[in-house]
Design a protein around this ligand. Structure first.
Ligand SMILES: Cc1cc2nc3c(=O)[nH]c(=O)nc-3n(C[C@H](O)[C@H](O)[C@H](O)COP(=O)(O)OP(=O)(O)OC[C@H]3O[C@@H](n4cnc5c(N)ncnc54)[C@H](O)[C@@H]3O)c2cc1C
Length: 373
């Protein structure tokens, strides 16, 4: 028997439910709250805290390395590829402005791309870097990328070439998500953890969500923001899961590495964090095995990452691996921008942020919130 207070403040059907408390879901709730302070908004998250890629990632505040951007230009054409860079760049600015650099642990350390001896990518990138800079002038009004081979030894790296871009940085993804969660809760949005949504259906005057616990939540509208896990709720979605594996070393005395580094079209990502090396990627070594929503690490990928540490990142430096983990990204099957669209009159999906979601999450969320405004 609920009291009138419970009914009015806790039980009443929400106007909007957001499924998933990642960067997309939480910013969707925040935008929706800003648009209408009187709307009752509920976020449902299956984990005990935000538990998806937003808290498993590398914390790169980036918009793409030269070889990655060249790959996109060749595969998607200049319009789509450049629009995506612009989205990332604007998104990073909005993220920093909205939450504040201090609160997200932002460090303006710049971004590098590493090329090892004999790299097949390097000659192609070297030849086209002026063209890439020219194309990016429309967004940045300046040359973004330059060469910084002379910094290799100072950073302790054993590699042949290094490109540099001063505009990228690093965030502390844990602090970012805590700050965002507190902002959302402080704005009056309810966030319910340990609540897995199992299914949904649209109805004449709203929609209904079935919970794993057996309960039901009725709402006016819903946004499904479960990214790499979206196929559990939207079986026909063209967003496929892509697992990313990570590792971090124990503290390394006198670590020379400083900054964020990419390699091999963005398939490797390496940075310093708290006196350690944080490293992830190598999904391209086993695309089919890593097309999974399962958490886990494999010897194939972890060994490859460790080898990269030994050969290239901290050669000759003893280390041990303190921690390994994985997270699940969501990729559009045939490329293209993040899907933000109506699935039915009262249900919107926002998924498929790809490998650089920290930058775009806030803008994807705005598009989702606008659709349910
Ligand atoms: C290993 C790794 C490294 C990465 N590194 C970077 C990086 O350095 N920089 C960068 O920009 N991007 C990076 N990314 C990508 C970026 O983290 C993602 O694009 C972004 O976090 C996606 O945010 P999201 O909110 O859409 O999804 P998520 O953060 O995955 O959030 C989805 C949420 O939905 C919840 N959920 C799922 N199913 C249900 C359900 N049925 N019911 C209720 N809740 C559910 C999940 O628990 C999760 O909390 C990385 C990703 C990974 C995996």
């Amino acid at each position: 028997m609920n009291s009138i207070w419970e009914e009015r403040s806790f039980v009443k059907n929400p106007d909007l439910v957001v499924v998933g408390a990642g960067i997309t879901g939480l910013f969707t709730a925040l935008h929706a709250r800003t648009q209408d302070p009187h709307r009752r908004i509920l976020v449902l998250e299956r984990g005990p805290h935000p538990s998806g890629a937003s808290v498993k990632n590398g914390g790169f505040a980036c918009f793409g390395s030269p070889s990655q951007l060249m790959f996109d230009l060749d595969n998607e054409g200049a319009d789509v590829a450049l629009r995506r860079v612009e989205e990332r760049w604007k998104g990073l600015g909005e993220l920093r402005k909205t939450l504040g650099d201090e609160a997200i642990g932002y460090e303006p350390v710049g971004g590098y791309e590493l090329f090892r001896e004999g790299s097949e990518l390097h000659p192609r990138v070297a030849e086209r870097l002026p063209e890439l800079n020219r194309l990016l002038h429309g967004i940045f009004s300046r040359d973004v990328f330059s060469w910084a081979d002379d910094r290799l030894s100072g950073l302790g790296l054993h590699a042949a070439h290094l490109s540099w871009n001063a505009l990228e940085g690093a965030v502390d993804s844990g602090r970012l998500m805590r700050t965002l969660l507190h902002r959302v809760q402080g704005s009056g949005v309810d966030v319910r953890f340990n609540t897995e949504v199992d299914g949904w259906h649209d109805q004449a005057n709203g929609m209904e969500l079935q919970l794993r616990s057996g309960g039901v939540v009725k709402a006016g509208q819903a946004v499904i923001a479960t990214n790499g896990y979206v196929r559990n709720l939207v079986p026909g979605s063209d967003v496929v899961p892509g697992r990313g594996q990570m590792l971090i070393t124990s503290p390394i005395p006198g670590l020379k590495l400083k900054g964020t580094f990419h390699m091999a079209e963005g398939y490797y990502y390496i940075r310093d964090y708290d006196g350690r090396v944080l490293l992830g990627g190598a999904r391209h070594l086993d695309f089919s095995g890593e097309t999974t929503m399962e958490d886990g690490t494999t010897a194939l990928i972890q060994d490859n990452l460790e080898q990269l540490l030994r050969d290239t990142i901290i050669p000759g430096v003893p280390f041990h691996i303190e921690h390994r983990w994985s997270g699940v990204m969501g990729f559009r099957e045939h490329g293209g921008p993040t899907a933000v669209e109506h699935l039915s009159p009262h249900v919107v999906v926002a998924a498929g942020l790809g490998g650089i979601g920290v930058a775009v999450g806030i803008r994807v969320a705005k598009r989702a919130a606008d659709l349910v405004a």
